[in-house]
Write a protein that binds this ligand. Sequence first.
Ligand code: SF4
Ligand code: SF4
Length: 333
Amino acid sequence: MPDSEVFKIKFMPLKKKKSEKTKIDVILESSRRDFLKKVGIVGAASVAAGAAVYSGYRFEKAKNNEDTIKVLTEDNKLVEIPRDQVKDYKPGLKVYQTRGREGIKGKKWVMVIDLSRCRNARKCVNACQDAHHLRPYEYHINTLVMQESANTPEYFMPKPCQHCDNPPCVSVCPVDATFKRQDGIVLIDNERCIGCRFCMAACPYSARMFHWQEPSATEADKDKEYNVELNVPQKKGTISKCLFSADRLREGLLPYCVSACPNGVFYFGDENENAVTNGTTKETVDLKELLKKNGGYRLMAELGTKPRVYYLPPKNRLFEFKKGPETEYKETT
Ligand code: SF4
Ligand code: SF4
């Protein structure tokens, strides 16, 4: 199966009327060899056919201990197969790199950050650092203290990579290690990155970090396949930055930071559908209306970088600005 098609397939619950023979029953009556052919799983004794099949498998595995499980095939058919014929699907480096470059077809990911709600809880920062195996002082997203002028109040501003549609970081990379995908995400392939840091210099948002030292989880991650969409294992001498949690999007989940925020700061969604979902309330709203009603804007839009991150200004704040002890990371050792 072409890996780019994996995302199209979703697990659906099986609906079966009593006494009605479904396609599955018919299939199960066939010999095992014929059955495996019909569902398109060649050599199924060792490998399930792709990540979507694997998702269905995981769901069913957790659900019960019966001898068969239900999975979706490439062509969206729900089928039941013997449990012992399936094993966990683990993509190799080439698969990760191919699908990591292609992105998810038909999508244009977009993030909206409501500055009126940010209280510097830093849950987004922590969730991101955990997912990407970063040290407490290594950031893909950080909450900055902002103040427009001496007479205006301070506020917090979470700042990830803006996933620009016209990204200067990409055009300066001499080895095509950093790239823009069809779904709007800008990623880095650290198997290609030579650590020249041209991209860091070109980014006007200071969104990139350099691994000067051996990443903290080097030992724990040493046997893991490098995943471009997660940027794990991290590598000394290469660049790292926010990935819009491309690995989570592939599973149909919101980004790590968006889900972790307890204050409703983040919305995330698909510009093509004009819809974004709040990570805290899970409410899905009209993107254009949200931006229009609240005076949404983009950071340094005048540069022509066309960021995919929008901000809602810190108006009508519901709480007093307090610089907590958590505002800055302090090393204790
Ligand atoms: S914010 Fe910086 S690193 Fe991110 S896409 Fe734009 S220029 Fe590149
Ligand atoms: S540091 Fe890596 S990603 Fe950045 S420009 Fe150089 S090779 Fe490209």
